[in-house]
Design a protein around this ligand. Structure first.
Ligand SMILES: Cc1ncc(COP(=O)(O)O)c(C=O)c1O
Length: 418
């Protein structure tokens, strides 16, 4: 296994965790498509169950291909370890439930991906777990919502689809002051744009389905543990057996041992392979996504049909200063949302697009558009849509890596037609 000898992310994303010498010279890891692993002796299998060998047992537990991806992603985020899962939602579910018991609470922002909201506000509620939602960028509100029952703080690096950017370092400082970890869904940022652990976050979660894979070909998720949070004593007596077993990686051990294994949130090795294939070009793709999104945001701002636009790269965005301070000059994300006059105009606009795909995904190398109000949020009560800033006049655009002139031309001709 290669050590971290390169500083630049653009090199590390290609070479971190690469071990062609162990793969008979192959430049990508083999796909270990095997449900279980044979052991030479009964003693060896027993030792492996006892955690003494590090060998693999059964795909639902671990898999050699998945292991390579875990090492790569942990390294790219500056974490100490990772567990890859079958989807981003599987990662979020495991990451949260590892810390929650009936009666517990956690604090989160009101700028959440749709299924995260459903999980937190509806499903967890059935098990007597309360998500306290506050304005994502309001640190005082976040601190005010912490109670004796709070187990963690949870934020998205760039809120989907509100496009707001919370102050992660500020949120981490508040969480730590109360003895709590900060969990961050960094799907829309990727470690190319932002590494939340460097800002004080304790756990980073991704849907690898998006920019990591980049080609819309594999679902996946990951939970990355910084290994820095002190779980000893305080609010987490239930982590003691995991501390005894794994020390600084107690939390990740709990995610894996209690939830990943028993919920069966296994990542398919083929999907890990496809994610690693995507990772090879991620830095290059992100560079183009970010530059294109900035240019598209400026183009749309100048169009009279566009009534409002949310993109942290615009100086008019309330999140602009935080985005610049956290993302530097790399860019401000590849997704933006904007408003037309009403739902009818949104439909006309989407139906007039000739190149940009109308579908429910983001982070693909192709440009993608969706009308969230009538699709992902169709079944949501009106007051919840309002609280999450999902309005009938809103279009979400995931800017791809096509020539930006062609993206703007397609958007322009569709706007002309409404
Ligand atoms: C910010 C964010 N987190 C999590 C997810 C869930 O990921 P997956 O679809 O891989 O379960 C998504 C999906 O769009 C997302 O946008």
């Amino acid at each position: 296994m290669s050590s971290t000898k390169y500083q630049d992310f653009r090199t590390r994303v290609l070479h971190e965790g690469q071990s062609p010498a162990d793969w008979q010279g192959s430049t990508l890891p083999p796909i270990h498509q095997s449900a279980a692993n044979r052991h030479p002796t009964a003693e060896n299998l027993s030792d492996t169950f006892g955690g003494k060998t590090g060998d693999h047992i059964y795909m639902r537990l671990t898999n050699p291909t998945n292991k390579v991806l875990e090492q790569k992603l942990a390294s790219l985020e500056g974490g100490a370890g990772a567990v890859v899962t079958s989807s981003g939602m599987a990662a979020i579910t495991n990451a949260c439930l590892a810390l929650l018991r009936a009666g517990d609470e956690f604090v989160t922002g009101n700028s959440l991906f749709m299924s995260s909201y459903v999980l937190f506000a509806t499903i967890f509620k059935k098990y007597d777990i309360t998500a306290r939602l506050v304005e994502s960028t309001d640190l005082a509100a976040l601190e005010g919502a912490i109670t004796d029952k709070t187990r963690f703080v949870y934020l998205e690096t760039i809120g989907n689809p509100k496009m707001d950017v919370p102050d992660l370092a500020g949120a981490a400082a508040i969480a730590h002051r109360h003895g709590l970890p900060l969990l961050v869904d960094s799907t829309l940022a990727t470690p190319y744009l932002c590494r939340p652990i460097e800002l004080g976050a304790d756990v980073v979660i991704h849907s690898t389905t998006k920019y990591f894979s980049g080609h819309g070909d594999a679902t996946g998720g990951v939970v990355i543990d910084s290994g820095k949070f002190d779980w000893q004593g305080g609010r987490f007596p239930d982590l003691q057996p995991f501390i005894d077993r794994k020390g600084p990686l107690a939390y990740l051990d709990k995610v894996w041992r209690e939830h990943h294994i028993n919920f069966g949130t296994t990542q398919a090795p083929l999907h890990s392979y496809l994610t690693m294939l995507g990772l090879d070009t991620m830095a290059l793709r992100m560079e183009r996504h970010l530059a294109n999104a900035q240019r598209v945001a400026e183009f749309l701002t100048d169009r009279p049909e566009v009534k409002w636009l949310r993109y942290p790269g615009l100086a008019t965005s309330p999140s602009h200063a935080t985005a610049i301070s956290q993302f530097g000059d790399r860019g401000c994300g590849g997704v933006l949302s904007f408003g037309l006059a009403n739902q009818e105009e949104c439909f006309k606009f989407i139906n007039s697009l000739q190149m940009i795909y109308n579908l429910a995904n983001l982070g693909d190398c192709k440009s993608l558009v969706i009308h969230p109000y009538s699709s992902q949020y169709l079944a949501f009560p009106e007051e919840t849509r309002q609280m999450l800033s999902i309005t009938p006049d809103m279009v979400r655009l995931s800017v791809g890596i096509e020539a930006v002139a062609d993206i703007c031309a397609d958007l322009g001709q569709a706007l002309d037609s409404i």
